[in-house]
Design a protein around this ligand. Structure first.
Ligand code: GDP
Length: 138
């Protein structure tokens, strides 16, 4: 266990002005921000990040969506970070997300679901390194 996870606040949330509200929920849940930056992903970079979904029917839609507006990328630290953060964000489809989760409050649909959260320690490391150099991880 690394006690770190990676998150992105997605373009739907950025464009609706929900970045501050989401960061507040993250802080109140006990996560410490150890890296953070805002950027507008190119379609190429978004496609690379979600390369694992390349064969899925929604891949084109996902790439278009993730490059539509700015994202906020961050690395978060907390005991049991990966699992606890997946609980905090809730189910991929907001219709199935529990009360009190970020996606229940801020997501619009299964695609435009406000936040990303790594699904394993290994992916948290890979995804954090995708966005941040060692000098940018505190
Ligand atoms: P996550 O780990 O909960 O983010 O979910 P997945 O790894 O299964 O999917 C990655 C992302 O692809 C999701 O967060 C959504 O933004 C998007 N996605 C998943 N399923 C669908 C779908 O059926 N339609 C669309 N348009 N996007 C989807």
């Amino acid at each position: 266990m690394t006690n770190r996870t990676f998150t992105m606040i997605k373009p739907d949330a950025t464009l609706k002005g929900n970045t501050g509200g989401i960061l507040d929920m993250i802080n109140k849940a006990g996560f410490r921000i150890v890296a953070m930056k805002m950027m507008h992903l190119s379609a190429e970079k978004a496609g690379e990040f979600y390369g694992v979904h390349k064969e899925r029917a929604f891949y084109g839609e996902l790439v278009e969506f993730m490059s539509r507006g700015a994202i906020t990328a961050a690395i978060l630290e907390k005991e049991n970070a990966v699992e606890d953060f997946r609980k905090l964000i809730g189910a991929t489809n907001p219709a199935q997300a529990e009360e009190g989760t970020i996606r229940k409050k801020y997501a619009t649909s299964i695609g435009e679901n406000a936040v990303h959260g790594s699904d394993s320690d290994e992916n948290a490391q890979i995804e954090g390194d995708f966005f941040f150099s060692k000098l940018e991880q505190f």
